[in-house]
Design a protein around this ligand. Structure first.
Ligand code: UDP
Ligand code: MG
Length: 334
């Protein structure tokens, strides 16, 4: 049975344990450096954790990522490796890692070193002050295309206007979460996951730290435009019903326009006797309304498709192999 978040005790003092969760997909060139930097950061923390674990989730990589992780795990008891049965995508891989985390404080970060591990000390300082979520807001982003910067900025501002959950702008998934927040995420099994939104939805005391996002250490982004778009739609549909109302607004708008046009046309006919030729306006009306209807059906489809996906009730992911026990298993919440 999954414990309810309110019953989860979070240690914040010297007895606090730390989990670091990293989803990885084809990051063979980055793993070595990542492990090295993380170990350096954890051993140099201003308040050493009572215990710590690093959970690397291999999201069905096709390069040597898994082999490197397994070799490293054989030498390091802090390292746990969870290998998924195939590529499930970043948000699901992160979820698999969070599901396995035992720490009082759980840090989620990317494996390409765009999220500097050195920030973890500052995260933990806020955690000790009593915050349940400490997220990292990007002040600057190095090595990203103008297009990505623009679309990302636009996206965060759009979703902010569309939802009543307060999702911080320019903030990715790089963050620290307390055990009870992670436990709340474990109880939220929706499959089109938008983790940063879910975390905002959970509530408790949340705060942000600004940082400059680094360039990828090596390799290319695993988020091409199509995946980014999917992700954006996942975020919006998961946290807003406003797009569904667009049809209603369009309906009122088109009816109002139709009414005005009718009054004007009839007026012209009565007072001047002139019969307006209607070819252009007819074609325009047909195409415009056809477009509006198709768009609104498409929006409806996005929601219906997601309902269908949820109702199938498949597991979010399958684990092929799990190595290492990390923190003491009896501190496990489930
Ligand atoms: N990732 C993953 N599964 C995927 C795609 C990405 O686990 O299907 C991981 C990837 O290895 C990285 C993190 O998610 O650690 C963020 O991905 P990426 O750096 O490609 O995204 P970007 O920073 O470009 O938004
Ligand atoms: Mg990246």
């Amino acid at each position: 049975m999954i414990s309810s978040p309110s019953s989860v005790a979070v240690h914040r003092g010297a007895d606090a344990t730390l989990s670091i969760v990293v989803p990885l997909y084809n990051e063979a060139e980055n793993v070595g450096e990542l492990l090295r930097r993380l170990r350096e950061v954890v051993t140099g923390l201003s308040v050493p954790p009572a215990g710590w674990e690093l959970i690397c989730v291999d999201d069905g990589s096709r390069d040597g990522t898994l082999a490197i992780l397994l070799a490293a795990a054989a030498l390091d008891p802090h390292l746990r490796v969870i290998s998924l049965s195939r590529n499930f995508g970043h948000q699901i891989a992160a979820t698999a890692g969070l599901d396995a985390a035992h720490g009082d404080a759980v840090v989620l970060m990317d494996g390409d070193l765009q999220d500097p591990p050195e920030l973890i000390d500052a995260f933990l300082a806020k955690f000790r002050e009593g915050y349940d979520v400490v997220y990292a807001t990007r002040r600057r982003r190095a090595g990203e295309s103008r297009f990505k910067l623009l679309t990302a900025a636009l996206f965060y501002r759009t979703i902010r206007r569309l939802t009543n959950v307060s999702i911080p702008v320019d903030t990715g998934d790089f963050r620290l979460m307390s055990k009870r927040v992670v436990s709340a995420l474990r109880n939220s099994r929706e499959r089109h996951r938008f983790i940063r939104g879910l975390v905002s939805w959970v509530g408790y005391k949340q705060t942000g730290i600004e940082y400059d996002r680094a360039e990828r250490h090596s390799g290319r982004s695993k988020y091409p435009l199509s995946k980014m778009l999917r992700f954006a739609i996942d975020g919006i549909t998961a946290f807003s019903e406003i797009p569904l109302r667009i049809a209603t607004w369009f309906g009122f708008l088109v009816s109002a326009v139709a009414f005005v046009v009718a009054v004007v046309e009839i007026g012209i006919r009565i007072f001047t006797g002139y019969n307006l030729p209607g070819y252009t306006s007819t074609i325009f009306a047909i195409l415009f309304l056809g477009g509006v209807q198709l768009i609104t059906i498409g929006i409806l489809g996005e929601y219906v498709g997601r309902v269908y996906d949820e109702i199938k009730g498949r597991p979010l992911y399958l684990v092929a192999e799990s190595v290492g026990s990390g923190l003491d298993a009896d501190s496990s919440p489930s």
